[in-house]
Write a protein that binds this ligand. Sequence first.
Ligand code: CS2
Length: 453
Amino acid sequence: MSTDQLEDTMRLSLTSRPRQVPSSVGIVHLGIGAFHRAHQAVYTEDAGDGWGICGITQRSAAVVDQLAPQDGLYSVLERGPEGVSARIIGSVREVLTGDATADRIADPEVRVVSLTVTEKGYRHDPATGRLRLDDPEICLDITGREPRTVIGRLVRGLARRDAPVTILCCDNLTSNGATLRGLVEEYAERAGVKITCDTAFPATMVDRIVPATTAEDLDEAERLLGVRDQGVVVTEPFTQWVIEDSFAAGRPAWEKAGAIFTEDVAPYELMKLRLLNGTHSMLAYLGARFEYVSDAVGVLGDALRLYMDEDATPTLTVPTGFDLEEYKASLLTRFANPALKHRTAQIAMDGSQKLPQRLLGVVRDRLAAGAEPRWAALAVAAWMRHVWTAKNLDDPLADHLRMAVSRAVRPSEVVDALLSITEVFGPDLRESAVFRDLLVEHLAWLTSGASPY
Ligand code: CS2
């Protein structure tokens, strides 16, 4: 459909048209939040080959209330330094709540199941990538209730299929395809469930900055489109998707929309997790006194650059023909985009789930090379300060983290208490005197009042 037709359809949806569910759904997407709508759904629309998405929300049902009356149509507001534009996306054809997951995955017409459920949605141990068998929700699912976790619902749906299917993890995890395969297999084995259909779990690297939508964004979209859309998502002009070309049952021609297909996603993935997400987390914790990323980056740009150049870069294998210097510079430019109101608090959430793949891999690799990961340690120390001092710690391990530091008085005690949390640091990092000393030094400085951060 052309943009004009989409706008007309959206106007009709919002006025009188009864809801219709077209039958062309080939993708079930778990986690239809803002990121999916600003990323994979746009690629699917631009591929132009008619694949439709059934979006399933795993948590908040609000998105169903927003999108169902609009027949799944919504707008993407792109905010760049040069201006703002809006377009309507029509690839989402159905929006359902989580209890529909297994039924929709069981549908033989469905050939791809994709996921953006955030790091914590996998209920895995972030240090090892293994399923958390001590997670109460996982235990309840395994022991036979109607599954409520993402992995439980996914396995229930896969077990009901004969036709081959691709499971496409689009979250910021290390080796995300293989990690998800491991979680599915472990869960299925523990729950005594057999999956007999052919499956593929390609790795992906996804990139687009998508802040939470604000009331101003809704007004801006209305001004640009002439229609009130409750499902607006806001994002930057930049977008990137690198996908391992290993699909079990076909796929949209996402390359027509700019996606890169490759045999080996790992170098891209590591680069993105360690450079973009690593600096993002560093910025969120060191720059916590700034509300927005674009304000913090002006003050912290030098530290971010030092982390990228001295700590992260030596740990990366750069894909052939890729300009790493250009990439690093572009990250700081993207963060500085003043039109994107990206809150540091949004990135600071769930640190226990994010640190391992963003910063701690860099720490391990540099220590193994006999180097001191000074800047990565500064970022980790800033997270420790956050855990120690935050009034509302938004993290699935919040109770555990708070308990660990509850009796600590000195920075060295905070460092020792947190380094002992193996879910985050594994069993190895607390054994490194070099890393521990760096953390103690940085945390003492960050909490002394002498640091500008
Ligand atoms: C961010 C990411 O919230 C966060 O933790 O670092 O969501 C980041 O914006 C995306 O990965 C960019 O692709």
